[in-house]
Write a protein that binds this ligand. Sequence first.
Ligand SMILES: [Mg+2]
Length: 264
Amino acid sequence: MKEISYAINKTKYFLLDMDGTVYVDDAPIGDVKNTLRYLRARGKKIVYLTNNSSRSKLRYEEKLKALGLYSTEDVIYTSGMATAAFVAENYRGKKVCLLGTDALAEEFSTVGIVLDDDNPDLCVLGYDTQLTYEKLRRFTVNLRKGLPYIASHPDVNCPSKDGLIPDAGAFMEMIFASTGRRPQTIVGKPYTTMGETLVKKFNASRDEFMMIGDRLNTDIQFGLNCKFWTTLVLSGETTMAMADKSTTKPDFILEDINRLVDNF
Ligand SMILES: [Mg+2]
């Protein structure tokens, strides 16, 4: 196995999970602010990656800014943005029936995708926190026509201050129960599509990306699936004992993201 210092030097794009990796709830992890500064000063690009397709990137920008973790050259990349990029490239000129928030609709409009619930060419499911029965009804009616079906990410639940609440994966199960259909493409972590859109966006090679995250089955599996470098941090959900037991093996394991600077 390559040394971590080799991988860090090779990496141009640090793909960072947020909760558990750069902050926990509202507290930055240790001296992460300076770690990020250190990376930027060495020409590394910080790319914040999230599966949540319900919010616009501005919402994340605000939060990261408030914690001192955002710089204007950083990139925030949501599964919603990746889904819009994927649809724009693979279904050029096609009309979309979207089950998603206004923020996701805006993301689609930005890349020139036309939304049309009455006569669409494909159906796209996001994490619709503005879901209504009417939206669900229209979406399933269109799905029954046999149109292509794409989803932004697979998470069944989303953490909230009140505990877990239903996410896009739970909507998929409800839609499956009704229509018998499952998405042919799921864009977000741990699937590869979001990685493919990033490779294209930055026009870079795979060994110029390092995925850093606190979850083995999403962050690390995503990085492995995409053939990026992978670094598990133990500042969130995963303990060393869990990492030892798991069959999902990251390239590197660090106590937290700040240990990167020891390895330059
Ligand atoms: Mg996390």
